[in-house]
Design a protein around this ligand. Structure first.
Ligand code: FE
Length: 205
């Protein structure tokens, strides 16, 4: 038997991933980045194919990883994680710094930025596993890297129980905090923000 709760015990960080189609840049939030070899410095990152950034990484094979800190505001997760780069330009309206590879990174809420070039991409159904060689790595601050657990308990807003209308039921996505309101949560419902399925929602009672 596979207990879902046991799978939730795995530790993760949170990262902002940037790539480009050659002209336009896009970014998304991911929770898995690991270094696999020291010499040469290689990293792996898993990206959900529902993310527009995944397509860009397969196309141009370059990306940046901004390692997010505990001081990252929820707005940053909303801006890069809860909307699609297919619909909006996530970098519009603000000047972001660029790494040597020309891709943007986050400065205000990251403690380091890694630039990398994809050497392999493996298709695992819903996700692509990218293996990449680090081309630049720069420390930005001494702040602590944020863990997924810290995000869940300190950054993600708590559901507002008082707002629940009397004749409607409400479910909240345990992953990102998205709230669904209605008579019944459809079993094939996919969270519009984080793309997790209905099983990851719990009813607010
Ligand atoms: Fe969600």
């Amino acid at each position: 038997m596979i207990e879902k709760e046991a799978m939730y015990k795995i530790t993760y960080g949170l990262f902002m991933l940037t790539s480009t189609d050659g002209e336009k840049q896009n970014g998304c939030i991911v929770n898995t980045v690991s270094m696999i070899t020291e010499e040469p410095k290689r990293i792996v990152v898993f990206v959900n194919k529902a993310n527009y950034t995944e397509q860009l990484m397969r196309k141009t094979k370059v990306f940046n990883v901004s390692i997010l800190t505990e001081n990252t505001p929820f707005d940053v997760f909303k801006q890069f994680g809860f909307q699609s780069g297919k619909d909006v330009d996530k970098f519009q309206g603000k000047n972001y710094p660029k790494a040597e590879n020309g891709l943007y990174y986050l400065e205000d809420c990251s403690n380091a930025v890694l630039s990398a070039k994809v050497v392999d991409a493996y298709d695992y159904g819903t996700h692509t596993l990218f293996v990449a060689e680090v081309t630049e790595a720069k420390t930005i601050s001494a702040e602590k890297s944020v863990t997924y657990e810290y995000y869940q308990s300190h950054i993600k807003p708590k559901p507002q129980k008082a707002e629940k209308p009397r004749n409607k039921r409400k479910w909240v996505c345990k992953i990102c905090g998205y709230e669904y309101e209605g008579e019944e949560l459809p079993s094939d419902f996919i969270c519009p923000w984080c793309k997790h399925p209905a099983e990851d929602f719990e009813e607010i009672v």
